[in-house]
Ligand binder design. Structure first.
Ligand SMILES: [Zn+2]
Ligand SMILES: [Zn+2]
Ligand SMILES: [Zn+2]
Ligand SMILES: [Zn+2]
Ligand SMILES: [Zn+2]
Ligand SMILES: [Zn+2]
Ligand SMILES: [Zn+2]
Ligand SMILES: [Zn+2]
Length: 279
């Protein structure tokens, strides 16, 4: 059997070309994605590298960091455990390979390193964009990589927008979110779209489920008992009470309802997908 070498592992790797079914995939050490077909592996150590990560260049110039070339590393370059590398594009902790600039301590994970800027001139950001910083419209040639919007947590199908100031990836609709809103759930004050740091995931007041570093927040009122205590994720903020949509809508809950508190019937007009928090 033919043997291969990879910088990320001290043993030889062999090529496996079996198609993989759901539940039978390996996870790639480099990009942390599931492997569906060809990979190079050391079965003894369970060290698997997908075909595209196997072919990664040891150094690359990337449009997100034009100053210096980035070096491909198999492990974190930082000594202290607290200084784990966080991707400068999506701000997710780099768990696999890292493209790293030692001079600037700039890091990109493999998935974000595949993001390219269109070379055509018609890549001007849409007029409707409300994001306070410059967004870089991007695409990837790798259809198997799933990019999640940092704001709505939804998988991105169209153009991927990167904000290097927020270190965030957003989709088209989240690039057009209003920076300030008033909302019926918290009608007293204007709510402001806020980007919390990577350690400060806030839980949503409406669904309680979603923890997000981007959310609408109240700058402090007597109801909130202090500053920045009220958080609403963008999905729940998109909910409009049905009685505001249509005057004649019956807002009374059906008699079979067992929820102990007042429920507000809402509609997001198809903007986001919602799942029931009971089931
Ligand atoms: Zn990979
Ligand atoms: Zn090994
Ligand atoms: Zn990233
Ligand atoms: Zn640099
Ligand atoms: Zn989004
Ligand atoms: Zn930004
Ligand atoms: Zn919510
Ligand atoms: Zn408040």
């Amino acid at each position: 059997m033919e043997k291969f070498e990879n910088f990320s592992h001290r043993h030889y790797l062999t090529l496996d070309q079996k198609e993989r079914k759901e539940g039978d995939q390996m996870t790639c050490y480099g990009c942390t994605n599931k492997i569906w077909s060809d990979f190079y592996g050391c079965t003894h150590c369970k060290h698997y590298i997908c075909k595209s990560c196997f072919g990664l260049p040891p150094e690359m110039l990337h449009p997100f960091h034009k100053e210096h070339p980035l070096t491909l590393l198999a492990e974190s370059p930082y000594k202290e455990a607290s200084a784990s590398p966080y991707c400068h594009a999506c701000r997710v902790k780099c768990e696999g390979f890292i493209f790293h600039c030692s001079e600037c301590k700039f890091d990109l994970d493999v998935n974000c390193a595949t993001l390219l800027m269109p070379t055509t001139n018609n890549n001007k950001a849409s007029e409707q964009q409300t994001h306070p910083h410059a967004l870089i419209p991007c695409y990837t040639k790798y259809k198997q990589i799933e990019f999640l919007c940092c704001v709505s947590k939804q998988s991105i199908n169209g153009t991927i927008y990167v904000c290097l100031s927020c270190r965030a990836i957003v989709d088209e609709s989240c690039s057009q979110l209003p920076q300030q809103i008033t909302h019926h759930i918290h009608p007293r004050r204007t709510l402001t779209l806020t980007n919390y740091g990577v350690k400060y995931f806030k839980s949503c007041k409406a669904c309680g489920v979603s923890k997000n570093r981007f959310c609408y927040t109240c700058s402090g009122c007597s109801e909130c008992f202090g500053r920045f205590k009220f958080h609403l994720d963008v999905r729940c903020a998109s909910l409009i009470p049905k009685n505001q949509l249509q005057e004649e809508v019956v807002v009374q809950a059906p008699a079979s309802f067992t929820h102990p508190h007042g429920l507000i019937p809402c509609d997001s007009k198809g903007f986001f997908n919602f799942s029931c928090s009971a089931c």
